[in-house]
Design a protein around this ligand. Structure first.
Ligand SMILES: [Zn+2]
Length: 287
């Protein structure tokens, strides 16, 4: 059976069609209508109809920004605001007359890297999204582990510092409030009084303040991931999202994690993703 995957992003909607041997048959992207839920539904369904025109049967997966509440089936915590509180899965199923699988971007990322990317040879894969937010996904032997209440892998909201930075989720001290892109930029502003984007910061850390910023980043990254490894003991950790391009995460970052894991033997590979921005759409195919 063919596999059709759709990645719904804040600015673009991308779709890909794979044949039985997982070859890419077609790929298309269109802009995401802004702040208009009915238009988003229309765009997704016409993209699906367009790309599947000559295909008799296919499975359909969708990668969404934000989580789907196990309690209500509605989208929550999405940065595409008009999706919040909507039953996107049900609405699309009704519109298309077809069952679909739907997962958030961290789960799709981990699925893609586990089945088509850098982690194909590993059993238990912990996928990490480090970008505007911090997320994670768990794949065990190519199957998604969602958990009883659908939050498996959400290490971004572990409490790292009690009474620490406040988080949009209502708690304080979450991992995300220390090592997401915006949090790291905020920390830089606190230390230097300057507001700079992350790439500029990274090219300017060979000095005392830069070292302090980087050391704090490495400590928080280390504790955050070591806590995950202590519980899950994955066969591999794959990093994705904008910050996964930071080289020192694979050297000093890895050392910082290893130092904090509860074992005298730690050799968990920490790898950079292979599929980059395409992970969402390929992961959606493989759901
Ligand atoms: Zn939080």
């Amino acid at each position: 059976m063919y596999k059709l995957g759709v990645d719904l992003g804040g600015t673009k909607i991308e779709a890909v069609l794979l044949d039985e041997n997982l070859n890419v048959m077609e790929k298309k992207r269109i802009p995401t209508p802004q702040n208009d839920y009915p238009q988003i539904l229309n765009s997704i369904s016409s993209l699906i109809l367009d790309i599947s025109e000559n295909v008799p049967d296919f499975s359909l997966g969708i990668c969404t920004p934000g989580a789907i509440s196990k309690k209500t089936g509605l989208i929550k915590n999405s940065n595409t605001q008009c999706l919040i509180g909507r039953s996107l899965k049900e609405d699309l199923e009704n519109k298309l007359g077809k069952k679909i699988s739907m997962e958030n971007d961290a789960n799709c990322f981990t699925m893609a890297e586990s089945t088509l990317g850098v982690a194909v040879d590993y059993g238990l894969v912990f996928g990490v999204i480090l970008g505007t937010g911090v997320g994670g996904g768990i794949i065990i032997d190519k199957k998604l582990h969602s958990g009883r209440i659908n939050i498996a892998g959400e290490w971004g909201h572990h409490t790292l510092h009690r009474n620490g930075n406040s988080c949009y989720c209502g708690k304080t001290g979450c991992v995300e409030t220390y090592i997401s892109g915006p949090s790291l930029e905020n920390q830089w502003t606190k230390l230097t009084g300057k507001s700079q984007p992350l790439p500029e910061i990274l090219s300017n850390i060979d000095n005392e303040i830069g070292k302090k910023w980087k050391d704090e980043f490495l400590e928080n990254f280390g504790y955050g991931l070591a806590n995950v490894i202590d519980i899950l003991d994955p066969d591999v950790v794959v990093l994705g999202g904008g910050l996964s391009n930071i080289d020192f995460l694979y050297t000093e970052g890895k050392e910082s994690v290893y130092d904090k894991v509860f074992s005298d033997l730690v050799d968990t590979p920490m790898l950079q993703n292979k599929l980059g921005d395409s992970a969402g759409v390929f992961g959606a195919c493989m759901l």
